[in-house]
Write a protein that binds this ligand. Structure first.
Ligand code: NAD
Length: 286
């Protein structure tokens, strides 16, 4: 049977989450999405109106289908965690059951179990501020949305996962090298995510027989990256300095994700795998 993959962090066809969905679909997996609540309406409307049809095309000519599209906000674990103003916010009031635990419960009800878990989301409200100017609130918000969200997802989806299943997240080299401009505690959040990848690989490996890896991706002009502000410079820098002189395609990350999530990678866990055209190996580029 086709593997069942839950992908958190898709809201359009431009980011890594979409590319991973597509590569997994090409490999025969069934795909369900967790879409950030404030982005759900426009995503569903665009999907319905055929705006993504071109990007949904699979190599056999059919269109990628989504088994389920769930609203999700990965900064809330249970309904009790949701503050009143969010509950009443009109972008949230229209949908329900979008905390991580409620979303996992729905997936459990609809699918019974899950083979693949993908975390392709991040958010740092103060990303444009240097760390030296980041507030406690902004820093903790970045950690909550970008790091703890993965812990939370694995906590809730782990019990649904089949033995031999696998989880993956997306990280960035700012976790261990200085990338000026990647601020607001986002570098800290990625460092936590990479460290947690090891601990969670051990814990989920022992508890569920599930592997956990993270892909450190090169720059891509996704919606989230455009919000940071310097993505075009990063793409140019990578093109000039990486070992491979080419622009990174989201599919290249999708393909490695599909490998890491497949039995071909059955002994690979706890790893940060660079998919960056080899930019990370360079000291001095000539
Ligand atoms: P993207 O905009 O396609 O994906 C980010 C997603 O996160 C969006 O769909 C957004 O709706 C969702 N999101 C934000 N807050 C959320 C929340 N609280 N709950 C649920 N969903 C939420 O952009 P992307 O660049 O493809 O990002 C995917 C991952 O790749 C992120 O972890 C990002 O840090 C990482 N990454 C990106 C780059 C790059 O250059 N684009 C490089 C390395 C790593």
């Amino acid at each position: 049977r086709g593997k069942k993959a839950f992908i958190a962090g898709v809201a359009d066809d431009q980011g890594f989450g979409w590319a991973i969905a597509k590569c997994l679909a090409e490999a025969g997996a069934e795909i369900s999405l967790g879409v950030w609540v404030p982005a759900l309406n426009i995503f569903e409307t665009s999907l319905r109106r055929g705006k993504f049809d071109e990007s949904r095309k699979l190599s056999n000519g059919s269109l990628m289908e989504f088994a389920h599209v769930y609203p999700m906000d990965a900064v809330f674990d249970t309904l009790e965690d949701v503050p009143q103003d969010v509950k009443e916010n009109k972008r949230y009031a229209g949908s329900e059951g979008w905390t991580v635990s409620e979303c996992a419960a729905k997936v459990g009800k609809d699918w019974g179990n899950v083979d693949i878990l993908v975390h392709s989301l991040a958010n740092g409200p103060e990303v444009q501020k240097p760390l030296l100017e980041t507030s406690r609130r902004g820093y903790l918000a970045a950690m909550s949305a970008s790091s703890y969200s993965f812990v939370s997802l694995l906590q809730r989806f782990g019990p649904l996962m089949t033995e031999g299943g696998a989880a993956i997240s997306l990280t960035y080299i700012a976790a261990d090298r200085v990338i000026p401009g990647y601020g607001g505690g986002m570098s800290s959040a990625k460092a936590a995510l990479e460290s947690d990848t090891k601990v969670l690989a051990y814990e989920a490996g022992r508890k569920y027989g599930v592997r956990v890896n993270t892909i450190s991706a090169g720059p891509l002009g996704s919606r989230a990256a455009k919000a940071i502000g310097f993505i075009d410079d990063m793409i140019r820098y990578s093109y000039e300095n990486a070992a491979m002189k080419k622009e990174l395609a989201a599919t290249e990350v999708g393909n490695v994700a599909t490998f890491l999530l497949s039995p071909l990678a059955s002994a690979v866990t706890g790893q940060t795998v660079y998919v960056d055209n080899g930019l990370s190996i360079m000291g001095l580029a000539m």
